[in-house]
Design a protein around this ligand. Structure first.
Ligand code: SAM
Length: 388
C-alpha cells in the first residue's frame, strides 16, 4: 500500500499513485481471468524522487506489486498467467536502478529499456504478444510529446492507457509565442480549434476546460477509445490544478472500475490537501493545531460537494440520453454513457435510474417486482408527454 509518509513535498504524486494502485490492483486481477498474458508498460518509468529502497512509491513499483499479487492469486486457483513489464527510462542513473529489478521479481518478466520512449515504441509493440492485454502508463515529466507518434501504441487492441497531461505547464505554454513552444504544443494537441477557443477564454477554469477537452478529443481520435475520462490532480496547498490524468479504454467494465478508483483517489486528495494545509499553518504560526484533528476538519470538504454536483449532473444526463418510447434502449447501453460523462460510481447511476423510475420520469417496462436497481437487460425510455 502506498503511504502518505513517503510523499512529503510531493503529495500530488501520492494521489496519482493511490489511483494507480487501486486501479491496477483491480484491473490486473480482472483481466487475468480471461487473458493468459498481462503486460504493463511504463513509458517514462523513473525512478524519480523515490524515497523507498523497494520502489513502493513509484509507478512501476506499484505495478510490479499488483502483477505479483494477481499472478500468485490466480496460481492458487490453478491458473498460470504470464506477467510482463516493459520499463522505459532514458536517464542513465535512473535506468541503472531499473536494471536491479529483474532478479528481485523472478515471477515477472521485467524488461528495462534504455532510451527515448517514442523511439522504442516499435520494439515494445513487437514484443507484446497479440493475445496479451496491455496497460500503458505515460507519465512524462514534461509535456513535449508528439501524440501522433504514439498512435501505433494507442490503437493496439486489448489495451488501455493512462496519460499524465501536465495541465499547469501546458496552460502556461499555450500563452507563449515562441515558435518552438508553439510547434511542441501543436504536436501534443494535433487536432481541433483549441487555440481559437483559448483566445476567447475569460477564466482559468475555461482554459482548463478547453485544453482538457482538446486532449480528450485527440486521444479519442488517435486511440479509437470508447471512453476517455479525466481526473484533475490539484496542487497540494493551493486550489489550482497541476495536472490531469487521462484514462482511455474500450471496455464498460474498465470504465466502471476506473470510476470507483477515481472517487477513492479524489477522497485521498481531499484528505491530503487538508493535512498539508494544517501542516503549513502550523509551520507559519508556530502554533500546533493538533486539537483540530483531520476528522474534525471534515477531510472530504472539497470533494463531497463536487461529487454531489456530479451526481446531479449525471441525473440530468440520464434523462437527456434516455430515448423516446418509440425507440427504447437497453439499460446496459445507457449506464456507461452516463458514467463516462460524470465522476460517479455505477451504484450511483443505478440509484439514479431507480429514483427516476419511482418518480415516473423514466419507464422500465420489464422491471421485475422486488428489484431495487435496474438490470442490464431492462429496456428503458423517457415518460415524457412530448414523446407520446
Ligand atoms: C515523472 S517521472 C516518472 C515518474 C513515475 N511515473 C512515477 O510515478 O513514479 C518521468 C521520467 O521519465 C524520464 N523521461 C523523460 N523523457 C523521457 C523519454 N523521452 N523517454 C524515456 N524516459 C524519459 C525522466 O528521466 C523521468 O525519470
Amino acid at each position: 500500500m502506498v503511504s502518505i509518509e513517503d510523499y512529503k513535498g510531493r503529495e500530488q504524486s501520492y494521489v496519482k499513485h493511490v489511483l494507480l494502485e487501486e486501479y491496477l490492483e483491480a484491473l490486473v486481477h480482472k483481466t487475468a481471468s480471461s487473458y493468459s498474458h498481462i503486460v504493463y508498460t511504463d513509458g517514462f518509468a523513473g525512478p524519480w524522487q523515490s524515497a523507498k529502497e523497494d520502489f513502493n512509491d513509484t509507478s512501476f513499483g506499484i505495478a510490479l506489486g499488483a502483477l505479483r499479487r494477481a499472478k500468485a492469486s490466480w496460481k492458487k486457483a490453478g491458473r498460470d498467467v504470464t506477467m510482463s513489464a516493459f520499463l522505459v527510462e532514458r536517464n542513465p542513473a535512473a535506468f541503472k536502478q531499473l536494471e536491479t529489478l529483474p532478479p528481485k521479481f523472478p515471477d515477472i518478466r521485467i524488461k528495462p529499456l534504455k532510451g527515448d520512449f517514442i523511439e522504442l515504441i516499435p520494439t515494445i509493440l513487437k514484443d507484446i504478444p497479440k493475445d496479451a492485454f496491455a496497460f500503458f502508463l505515460l507519465d512524462p515529466k514534461g509535456w513535449r510529446i508528439p501524440l501522433q507518434k504514439i498512435e501505433p501504441l494507442l490503437v493496439r487492441d486489448n489495451s488501455e492507457v493512462v496519460f499524465n497531461f501536465m495541465l499547469e505547464f501546458i496552460n502556461r505554454a499555450a500563452s507563449i509565442n515562441d515558435p518552438i513552444v508553439v510547434a511542441g504544443l501543436d504536436e501534443l494537441l494535433p487536432f481541433g480549434d483549441w487555440r481559437d477557443k483559448l483566445l476567447e477564454a475569460q477564466t482559468s477554469d475555461e482554459r482548463k476546460v478547453i485544453l482538457t477537452k482538446a486532449f480528450s478529443d485527440c486521444l479519442f481520435k488517435l486511440g479509437h477509445y470508447k471512453y476517455v475520462c479525466e481526473t484533475t490532480i490539484l496542487r497540494p496547498s493551493r486550489d489550482r490544478p497541476l495536472y490531469s490524468l487521462f484514462y482511455g479504454t474500450r471496455h464498460d467494465t474498465g470504465l466502471e472500475v476506473f470510476r470507483d478508483c477515481q472517487v477513492k483517489a479524489l477522497e485521498a486528495q481531499s484528505k491530503t490537501r487538508a493535512a498539508t494545509k494544517v501542516h503549513l499553518t502550523e509551520n507559519k504560526t508556530g502554533q500546533s493545531e493538533l486539537f483540530r484533528s483531520l476528522h474534525e476538519m471534515s477531510p472530504e470538504d472539497d470533494v463531497t460537494p463536487f461529487l454531489a454536483a456530479e451526481r446531479q449532473r449525471a441525473r440530468e444526463t440520464m434523462i437527456a440520453l434516455a430515448p423516446a418510447r418509440a425507440s427504447p434502449m437497453l439499460y446496459k447501453d445507457l449506464w456507461p454513457l452516463v458514467l463516462s460523462r460524470h465522476v460517479v460510481r455505477k451504484p450511483d447511476v443505478n440509484k439514479i435510474g431507480a429514483d427516476l423510475k419511482k418518480e415516473g420520469t423514466l419507464v422500465f417496462p420489464n422491471w421485475e417486482t422486488g428489484k431495487r436497481v435496474p438490470h442490464p437487460g431492462y429496456t428503458v425510455y423517457r415518460a415524457s408527454a412530448a414523446d407520446e
